[in-house]
Write a protein that binds this ligand. Structure first.
Ligand SMILES: CC(C)(COP(=O)(O)OP(=O)(O)OC[C@H]1O[C@@H](n2cnc3c(N)ncnc32)[C@H](O)[C@@H]1OP(=O)(O)O)[C@@H](O)C(=O)NCCC(=O)NCCS
Length: 180
């Protein structure tokens, strides 16, 4: 299940990740457009990491990969994959700790996951982000995703109307990207 890219190791979460994980999950900037519990105290981070570590990446449902920087073996973020039953479709979600952003780590991690999923027969990759989350939309478009649609709903916890943009990347398009 481990995915290696030139600078990163995408692997199962481990208890040693807890302090870095709790830190970026408790960073208001990183959490701004995410719908997770905020802030995330160490004890809750420990429980969540423990639960992530027991998930099966081959089964349908969300599997969060820890993104480890090979150079210092520290957690820099996570990328979660939601495989739909049958394996034709999967959604992606990702976060990088603020101090680690702007160095191409999210791009590298998303490319690594896409390469693995498409090699396993994925037909369509999907990613959603808040319409105001321009860094995330830019990243997805840079990697070959295209805007598909918007949808809005009322989020009770944030007491706000949220609009999400959905981006998609079909296998046919992925196959042409390396040749461009
Ligand atoms: C969106 C997010 C994951 C991007 O992470 P990141 O690691 O900074 O992304 P990258 O470094 O790959 O790309 C960011 C910028 O750095 C640039 N960059 C710098 N060095 C780079 C390199 N070596 N390779 C590629 N891009 C590089 C990119 O061109 C990009 O520039 P742009 O924003 O002007 O397009 C990060 O901002 C984040 O965690 N945000 C909060 C959580 C979130 O909203 N997640 C998305 C929910 S769907």
């Amino acid at each position: 299940m481990q995915i290696e890219t030139s600078r990163l190791r995408l692997r199962r979460f481990h208890p040693r990740d807890v302090p870095d994980f709790a830190a970026y999950r408790s960073d208001r900037e990183v959490a701004r457009y995410q719908n997770w519990d905020f802030p995330l105290p160490l004890a809750s981070a420990r429980r969540l990491v423990d639960e992530y570590a027991r998930r099966d990446p081959t089964r349908p449902g969300w599997f969060p990969y820890a993104i480890e920087l090979k150079e210092d073996e520290r957690l820099v973020g996570d990328i979660a994959v939601n495989r739909h039953p049958g394996g034709a479709k999967a959604e992606l979600g990702f976060s990088i700790a603020r101090a680690r952003q702007g160095q191409g780590y999210a791009s590298e991690a998303v490319r690594g996951v896409l390469a693995e999923l498409f090699a396993q027969g994925l037909r369509t990759a999907v990613a959603e982000c808040d319409v105001r989350n321009t860094p995330s939309a830019r990243l997805l478009e840079r990697l070959g995703f295209t805007f598909a649609r918007e949808h809005s709903f009322f989020e009770r916890e944030k007491r706000a109307h949220i609009t999400l943009s959905e981006f998609t990347l079909p296998a046919e398009r992925w196959a042409t990207l390396g040749r461009q």
